[in-house]
Design a protein around this ligand. Structure first.
Ligand SMILES: [Zn+2]
Length: 518
């Protein structure tokens, strides 16, 4: 929307020290005097608060159509517009979400909205503004040295301070500490700032301070945080201290912890301008995009490991299934790190097989998903019912369900009766973990009606042993997931023993697959 007063534009037209320097190509000023002499330099711009700086750069980035949070997917219409509003409003904000929802990544990406460099008084521990110093040593220095006061330039990467809150974080860690003995020996006023050991928050002055898992921060530190934001002063060990800091405060928390009574002191909650809910990917495709971006799959071994698309779908589906599973604790959630580490482990399993069998190019197979079990179990916080079954069993059931779902997506209208018949007529097949690609391809090719369907899984040539064998194995796993055939722990497939319910299912092949939890 157009701003009729034009004040928004005027605000953005002010040059900061950094931008005017870049445009004029001048050498970086080294003293306060040189800083003042930059052409077109507007000291009001230089002394802009960090929130105004973020606002200005954010508006500019939006107008240019830049990607605000590179590498963050699935939040374009939900989380990101809310963050933009919070920043434009100059609000501190909190991201509420479960594990592995890119909360920390988003907060770190705020760095990109800061000016590339910022002038500070050289040597100041709290990055004092050369035009508006708040610490006493800097004020004394400017009083004595004037325009010769040295300036240094701070890169934006150094203007982000982050801390994981735990119950043992102290006031000294966050705000600072006073040494009364040194204060007394120095003959100074006990409230004198010269005796302060600054904590993380003052060191984040003129930058961004992020506290992860805010509810774990002790109540009295929350009070300290609030006081310093509200009044710019605080008491440490009974000594009053004035610190009018300029900081954007951002937080993360688990939603249930945050809303639990008594976890966050009310005045601090009041000072947080926006509560923004993060979420897991809404679709398998979004999840796959994130996983593909984060997972280390391009290995340096000289072996080419290909991960078929349907296996990536299976791995992503495992996370989706786990997030819905009643036996998995929903309060802690299932991190996006589950599919990421699972894909990495799956590639390693294929890599290991390639090395053992002396194969150069290899296509990952369903067996490799099972080999990734250790990368999955640790990512599941189980409820009591799940604990009874054990993480291993739960994870195996999740894989089986995921395979079943992906299978259904690709083969809704295909009748595999001839494959099932092959097993019912006494056919048996073993696909040991270390069988070579050629061996597996030969074995699988014997099953009538199997190879003719591998095209559905993206295989162009059914004689191409690697992709064809992997796809054929996926089909057998899918049939097993739907209880159409049987399978042993040693990856042997055989005819499913006829039982009442399965019998019925076989007669009505169009029925949607049932969930495989039992
Ligand atoms: Zn200073």
């Amino acid at each position: 929307m157009a701003n009729p007063t034009g004040s928004g534009l005027a605000e953005r037209d002010h040059m900061t020290a950094s931008s005017s320097m870049q445009s004029s190509g001048h050498l970086k000023p080294r003293t306060l005097g040189e800083l003042k002499r930059i052409p077109d330099f507007d000291p009001r711009g230089a002394s802009r608060s960090v929130k105004d700086e973020l606002r200005r750069n954010l508006l500019r980035a939006i107008e240019k159509g830049e990607t605000l949070f590179p590498g963050v997917h699935g939040y374009e219409d939900t989380v990101i517009p809310q963050i933009v509003n919070a920043l434009l409003s100059r609000h501190n904000f909190i991201l509420l979400g479960l594990r592995g929802q890119a909360k920390s990544r988003i907060l770190r990406a705020l760095i990109n909205l800061l000016d590339p460099e910022m002038p500070v008084i050289a040597g100041c521990e709290i990055n004092d503004d050369p035009f508006k110093p708040i610490c006493r040593p800097c004020r004394e220095r400017i009083a004595s040295d004037g325009d010769n006061t040295p300036i240094s330039w701070m890169a934006r990467e150094n203007r982000f301070v982050e801390k994981l809150a735990t119950p043992d974080v102290t006031m000294a860690d966050i705000i600072g500490d006073v040494d009364p003995i040194r204060a007394a020996r120095g003959g100074r006023d006990l409230s004198d700032e010269l005796t302060i050991h600054y904590g993380l928050l003052p060191r984040a002055n003129r930058g961004i301070f992020a506290i992860n898992e805010l509810p774990d921060l002790a109540g009295k530190i929350q009070v300290g945080l609030f006081n310093i934001m509200q009044e710019g002063d605080i008491q440490i060990k009974g000594y009053p201290l004035r610190l009018p800091l300029d900081v954007l405060l951002v937080f993360t928390a688990n939603p249930e912890d945050y809303t639990a009574r008594g976890k966050i002191i009310t005045p601090l909650k009041d000072r947080i301008g926006a509560e923004i809910r993060t979420h897991y990917p809404a679709t398998i495709e979004e999840g796959m995009t994130i996983t593909a971006q984060e997972a280390w799959v391009g290995r340096d071994s000289g072996k080419k490991i290909e991960v078929p698309q349907y296996l990536r779908q299976v791995v992503e589906e495992i996370a989706f299934q786990a997030r819905e599973d009643k036996r998995v604790d929903r309060r802690s959630g299932v991190s996006q790190r589950l599919p990421i580490t699972a894909v990495e482990s799956l590639v390693s399993s294929a890599e290991q097989r390639a090395a053992r069998n002396g194969e150069k190019n290899l296509v990952a197979r369903v067996a490799d998903v099972y080999a990734a079990l250790p990368a999955i179990t640790g990512k599941l916080e189980l409820e009591y019912e799940g604990e009874l079954k054990g993480a291993d069993t739960i994870a195996r059931e999740l894989i089986r369900t995921a395979v079943g779902r992906v299978f259904s997506k690709h083969f809704t209208d295909i009748n595999f009766q001839s494959v099932i018949q092959w097993f019912e007529l006494g056919g048996e097949l073993k696909l040991p973990d270390l069988a070579t690609t050629t061996e597996r391809h030969q074995q699988l090719s014997k099953i009538q009606g199997l190879m003719e369907h591998v095209g559905r899984l993206g295989v162009h040539d059914r004689k191409d042993a690697g992709p064809a064998a992997a796809a054929a194995e996926m089909i057998l796993e899918g049939l097993w997931a739907h209880r159409r055939i049987g399978r042993s722990e040693e990856r042997g497939f055989y005819a499913e023993k006829p039982k009442q319910p399965e019998q019925r299912e076989r007669e009505t092949p169009g029925r949607p697959p049932r969930r495989q939890f039992n």
